[in-house]
Design a protein around this ligand. Sequence first.
Ligand code: ZN
Length: 189
Amino acid sequence: MILDIVKYGSPVLRQKGAKIEAITPEIKKLIADMFETMAVNHGVGLAAQQVGVAKLLTVIDVREVTDRPSTLELAGKPADVASIMPLVLINPEVTAAGDAVKGSEGCLSFPEIYAEIARPETVDVKALDAKGKPIAFRCGGLLARAVQHETDHLNGLLFIDRMDKKTKAELQPELDDLQAATKKLLAKK
Ligand code: ZN
């Protein structure tokens, strides 16, 4: 089922996700729906908050993007990024493993708004997969950026919080418009 994507201005985007204790049928359905919703919107990642659920769950798939490379290491050895796609991260823990680099980011909760964001180029990730099994890997490039962007969502953080002051100031009118439109829509419901 394709879910509505929550836009900036909706309070759930600022909520910290609750830890997932068990992979229930509801969680399985949510994962399937999130993948479907991400695919129709051509997203690389989607966090549960973005479909209105404040839980520590995100789905990622970078395979559609061919012009921005990703890297993967499993148990210290280079591995094929596609081998872990599509990727489900439950209760993820992300640790920086490299210096920050700037890269372009967008967000399905901020339609048509893009900005350069500085983030560590490489990160170590520990999480549970869709079956509740522990997984661990090191990743770089676009995948590392997606993992960090989505993990931020799970903690109630948004990419506007990571923008430098000048970029955010330039985008402020658009951000204010989007927030006002979302609040108007929520008031009608
Ligand atoms: Zn986002």
